[in-house]
Design a protein around this ligand. Structure first.
Ligand SMILES: Nc1nc2c(c(=O)[nH]1)N[C@H]1C(S)=C(S)[C@@H](COP(=O)(O)O)O[C@H]1N2
Ligand SMILES: [Mo]
Length: 237
């Protein structure tokens, strides 16, 4: 079962707010909230050892070769020439970037595993884009900026501590495995925070705000764990 199924709900795209779409979206949300209450996918395995004995697959996860698509059913089309990213809140440099500004930044090329709360993991994803630390060095969060909230074009939000974003594995990516990140996966630019479950990596991001207080996002207020560490199996609660 996936959250979003193109065959079942054809043409379910665009920022519409019709009643049919509204009903389907609410059904998807209700289902996942029920999963959170049920603790679906929770293996209850003890947290694995750290260091050299740490296995590659976090507890309760299974490996997949494909890259499932999960979202609320709206996949906003964003052409590179209309893409913008704005930053607000507790920063010294509240940027307003277009495509060229993004590409003027130094880029990195990294390979990471990703882990979804619905229990699939995917190894060896190759990303290109701007590293988390590079991004932070540009926007310059103030000392009291502790949390980032990502806002996306479909209305989705998610919260991440600045400390967690400041990691060489974090990337604002434009490329996945040699191809531009597809619309279905949140292209043209998507933050990837591999050390957290994938719901913390907002697709179609348009705005990032820096706050001194935490502000739980879309799933965090609907039963998902605030911290989302796959190694501690922080799925729900
Ligand atoms: N904008 C936006 N980002 C989102 C979501 C969403 O609905 N909207 N869903 C989240 C969830 S619940 C998951 S599991 C991952 C799925 O990413 P994928 O479709 O690339 O696998 O995206 C996350 N980012
Ligand atoms: Mo998800």
């Amino acid at each position: 079962m996936t959250d979003h199924d193109d065959d079942q709900w054809p043409g379910l795209t665009g920022d519409q707010d019709g009643t049919v779409l509204g009903t389907i979206k609410q059904k998807l949300i209700d289902t996942k909230e029920q999963w959170a209450r049920d603790g679906r996918g929770q293996s209850g395995e003890a947290a694995p050892a750290k260091g050299p004995d740490k296995p590659r697959l976090p507890p309760g996860q299974r490996l997949t070769q494909d890259f499932p698509v999960l979202d609320l059913g709206i996949q906003p089309p964003i052409a590179p020439d209309e893409w913008r990213l704005t930053v607000s809140g507790l920063v010294d440099n509240p940027i307003d970037w277009g495509w060229a500004d993004f590409h003027d930044q130094p880029h990195v090329d990294i390979v990471t595993d990703i882990h979804c709360v619905t229990t699939w993991s995917r190894y060896d994803n190759r990303w290109q884009g701007i590293s988390g630390p590079q991004f932070l060095s540009v926007v310059q969060p103030r000392a009291d900026a502790k949390y980032m909230v990502f806002h996306a074009h479909d209305g989705y939000t998610t919260n991440v501590p600045v400390k967690v974003f400041n990691d060489d594995e974090v990337i604002l990516a434009h490329t996945w495995n040699g191809e531009p990140i597809s619309r279905a996966h949140g292209g043209p630019i998507r933050p990837i925070i591999p050390k957290l479950y994938l719901w913390k990596s907002a697709k179609w991001v348009k705005h990032i705000t820096f706050l001194d207080k935490d502000a739980p996002g879309f799933w965090e207020v609907r039963g998902y764990h605030n911290d989302a560490d796959p190694w501690k199996e922080e799925r729900y609660g």
